[in-house]
Design a protein around this ligand. Structure first.
Ligand code: 4AD
Length: 430
């Protein structure tokens, strides 16, 4: 490890100090007898200036160094109001680790090209800002979960059955058997609550969704919680407290990164619980009154959700969905068997669903019946059904799509920008 300081650590108060920086050439321009190199590292950028009179050798080398070359630069800190951050480095030494003649990403690259060269695009400060926000959100989630007494568990990714419908399963050969990539850790988390009561996991989930929307990936990061002894209303409280903590902490710790993407922070600030709650029935009424053609019993897609979000300046819940549009494991509403005890959390500004959650069907016979109704074989779910035989308890849980919450917070036009190497039906490389 070299003894260097980060670009963002250089402050105007350090005037006159000698510093060593290491990073990549972000921008370069030559004006008369000076070469300006804006240096980039993981913390940010800083302007360095090379003058012939200070060091002819460094000046000549800087002149020949291309964009994205890796370099170590040394020099004296100098206040300068014209430089970004009000400070620059009067450089007298440059060591080129690797010179780059030509960097493939230029100013007006198309989004598709940027995805083709994602391995190079990741170094852009704007992309790094997204990854920092994502990491901070997850760090905040961990803090909250630890404080609130949830155990982290590590469920399998290679599985034998569907959680969210067979149509979106990725199938693979597993020796002489068939296996699938996990769509959700939920069923395994349900098994874990009998020993640990409140559990969570963060795993990749896979969906073979052909639909090309701005909110679907074939591989996404899934934060899932499951708790014994909680009903739907209890788990909704957990959801809003967790999301509130994640957003508030990220707003405190990543303000400048967030402001690279959005000017208006209102909806992020509006995340003090409780979040508004509307029933599915009310949602249908709102949509119909706004001229959307939808009948009771129909599922809401991205378009319908977008219209609903116009009613709110903060995240909100829609609860009490019709049974036949929701997953087999959701508990039937005892007061209306046409419905299930399920709630989705929707993000405002058109983003829509970021969380899907429910109370789980804890009755053995009802669960078997739902599995059959879905055209599945109860034999494939024998171990899961066992959980309803030996000390079954009321329990609830939910899944949060990490890229979806990042997309909302940063106002991104597609969830693919919220992931390191996006996987979509047409993209598996790089
Ligand atoms: O609503 P979903 O399908 O619910 C489940 O998987 C439950 N088994 C979770 C649970 O209760 N433990 O997915 C949960 C969330 C969605 O609200 C969405 O944010 C995200 O996962 N999600 C996706 N994100 C990106 N691309 C996709 N294809 C996604 N599918 C779901």
């Amino acid at each position: 490890m070299i003894d260097k300081i980060y670009c963002a650590q250089v402050k105007p108060e350090m005037e006159g100090q000698r510093v060593k920086l290491a990073g990549w050439v972000y921008r370069k321009r030559e004006i008369k007898d000076k070469v300006f190199i804006v240096l980039r590292d993981s913390s940010g950028i800083i302007q360095t200036v090379f003058k012939e009179e200070l060091s002819k050798e460094a000046y000549e080398t800087a002149k020949k160094t291309g964009i994205e070359s890796s370099v170590i630069i040394e020099g004296i800190v100098k206040q300068d109001k014209r430089a970004p951050g009000g400070v620059e480095i009067q450089a007298d030494k440059i060591e080129v680790i690797q010179n780059v003649e030509f960097f493939p990403i230029t100013k007006d690259a198309s989004p598709e090209f940027l995805l083709d060269v994602r391995h190079l695009h990741l170094r852009s400060p704007k992309v790094a800002a997204i990854m920092k926000v994502k990491a901070t959100l997850i760090q905040a989630a961990r803090e909250w979960l630890l404080q609130d007494g949830w155990y982290e568990v590590f469920p399998p990714i290679l599985v034998t059955g569907a959680v969210e419908g067979g149509a979106t399963l990725f199938k693979l050969k597993y020796f002489d058997k068939t296996a699938y990539l996990s769509q959700s850790a939920q069923l395994y988390l349900e098994a874990a609550i009998f020993g640990l009561e409140k559990v969570w996991s963060l795993t990749p989930s896979f969906r073979a969704e052909k639909s090309r929307t701005r909110r679907h990936l074939t591989e996404f990061w899934h934060l899932e919680l499951e708790a014994a002894w909680m009903d739907l209303w209890d788990i909704m409280k957990v959801e809003e407290e967790l999301v509130s903590y994640m957003v508030q902490r990220t707003l405190e710790r990543r303000r400048s990164e967030i402001e690279m993407y959005r000017k208006d922070l209102t909806t992020l600030k509006n995340t003090e619980p409780p979040f508004p709650r509307i029933s599915y029935d009310e949602a249908i009424d709102i949509l119909q009154s706004k001229g959307v053609s939808i009948e009771w019993g129909e599922d809401m897609g991205a378009d319908e959700e977008r219209v609903l979000t116009e009613e709110f300046d903060r995240p909100f819940f829609v609860y009490g969905y019709p049974k036949h549009i929701k997953a087999f494991y959701m508990k039937e509403d005892p007061s209306d068997p046409r419905k299930v005890l399920a709630a989705d959390m929707l993000a405002p500004e058109g983003y829509g669903e970021i969380i899907g959650g429910s109370q789980r069907e804890d009755d053995y016979d009802k669960l078997v019946q739902r599995i059959l109704e879905e055209g599945m074989d109860p034999k494939d779910y024998e171990w899961y059904l066992d959980l309803r035989k030996y000390g079954s308890v009321p329990h609830s849980g939910f899944g949060l799509g990490v890229e979806r919450i990042v997309a909302w917070i940063l106002n991104l036009d597609h969830v693919r920008w919220a992931t390191l190497f996006p996987r979509t039906p047409t993209r598996l490389y790089p």
